[in-house]
Design a protein around this ligand. Sequence first.
Ligand SMILES: Nc1ncnc2c1ncn2[C@@H]1O[C@H](COP(=O)(O)OP(=O)(O)O)[C@@H](O)[C@H]1O
Ligand SMILES: [Mg+2]
Length: 252
Amino acid sequence: MTGNIIATRKLCKTFSTGGLQQHVLRNLDLEIREGDFTVVMGASGSGKSTLLYALSGMDAPTLGEITFCDKKISGLSSDKLALFRRKHCGFVFQQIYLCDNMSLMDNVMASGLLVNRNRREVAAKANDLFEQVGLPARDRRKFPAQLSGGEAQRGAIVRALINTPAVLFADEPTGALNSSSGDAVLDLLTSVNQNGQSVIMVTHDLKSALRGNRILYLKDGVICGECDPGAYNPGNESRKDKLRSFLTGMGW
Ligand SMILES: Nc1ncnc2c1ncn2[C@@H]1O[C@H](COP(=O)(O)OP(=O)(O)O)[C@@H](O)[C@H]1O
Ligand SMILES: [Mg+2]
């Protein structure tokens, strides 16, 4: 083992639209260490989501190599990639993707049963996670539309964690939430990371970025800078200043 949970070699992603090519990721060499809370920042349109989708095997790169736990995932068939994702990756998005016509519990069960056929075990794990995110039994029976944004996002995090993924990917997970719901979601991501799971989060706000112990800045399809402020420490103002001045230097 290299200590890296994910590594890329000359990763490129090019979109072709109407005969025009857009090189969104350019020869990106990146190593994500196991156990880190990695934050990806950059201007809107800089390719943050594209990078997250490539790292998680949700979208195939145009060129280059991606290894996950030292196993090459670039080049896998889409079926194999889907199996891999199910077992090793959890996803949380800004637009909370839950199935509208299923209760929160059923949303979580549906994901869990894809990997573990033992309904009793999956339900016990789901209830344990619901407990951890502070969603009481009555909320677990509700449909997404009957929940607040913050409750639904916490439910989506339970679904993302049901198969104990090695990496939790989060793409602007607090972008659609009010400040206190956003803080609750960030606290959850911090505790997931403190439990030993790696987290990779895209954000454009400082408050969210402070949760990371490594902040990468993406510009013109390459990582143009990084800041390693050490582990999250809410009372540490100099850590915040360090990150703020790094971001200012990056043109944030
Ligand atoms: N499926 C796609 N087809 C064509 N262009 C895309 C596609 N996905 C993203 N892009 C383009 O790639 C660029 C980066 O997008 P994205 O990764 O979503 O940026 P970010 O998340 O940093 O805002 C944008 O210019 C966007 O329009
Ligand atoms: Mg995005």
